[in-house]
Design a protein around this ligand. Structure first.
Ligand code: THU
Length: 181
């Protein structure tokens, strides 16, 4: 997805990192954003009335879409981005190139919530997030830029841990403590 980038200092009233870019329109990106806008039409958001759509591009070119789905039990609501990602994961996809996000906000680019950033980060830090407006313009940032110094699956790998056998069951020794496996 080659694109021309224009450095953008102030977006949504915030100063974005030096790597944030307001990009000129590009065909592939336009298509992905269009798909996120189409997905937004299915948003189920009777409580917030805030429609969001997402289109996730897997490494083989497959696109998974998602919308936000709210619930009368408010905390059960799920964001569009997480819906699209869960659809992809549940169909065997784990490698992603990009995700486009759409909302109805005309004056600012939709920005993924912290939970969605962490959810994206689970599947790598080096892929693209297109945050769009209804007119199709967008800001491009990587997952790494959106969630710097993050915690991820690699951090759960415990170095120097030793397997011990005690009373026939397997234990893992970590810093002198014992954990049954
Ligand atoms: N929402 C998303 O789906 N994605 C975002 O990036 C931001 C927020 C949803 C969650 C909720 O249904 C509504 O927008 C208002 O927060």
């Amino acid at each position: 997805m080659g694109e021309s980038k224009v450095k953008c200092e102030l977006v949504n009233g915030h100063k974005w990192g030096p790597k944030a870019h307001l990009s000129a329109l590009n065909n592939d990106v336009t298509e992905l954003i269009q798909k996120s806008q189409d997905a937004k039409k299915f948003a189920y958001c009777p409580y917030s009335k805030f429609r969001v759509g997402a289109a996730l591009l897997a490494d083989d070119g497959t696109v998974f879409t998602g919308c936000n789905v709210e619930n009368a039990s408010y905390t059960l609501g799920i964001c569009a981005e997480r819906n699209a990602m869960s659809k992809a994961i549940s169909e065997g996809y784990r490698n992603f190139k990009a995700i486009a996000i759409a909302s109805d906000l005309c004056d600012q680019f939709i920005s993924p919530c912290g939970g969605c950033r962490q959810f994206m980060r689970e599947f790598g830090v080096d892929w693209k997030v297109y945050m769009s407006k209804p007119d199709g313009t967008y800001i491009l940032m990587s997952v790494e830029e959106l969630l710097p110094v993050s915690f991820g699956p690699e951090d759960l790998k415990i170095h120097g841990a030793q397997d011990l056998k005690i009373n026939g069951s397997k234990h893992l020794e970590i810093n002198g403590g014992l954990h049954t496996k």
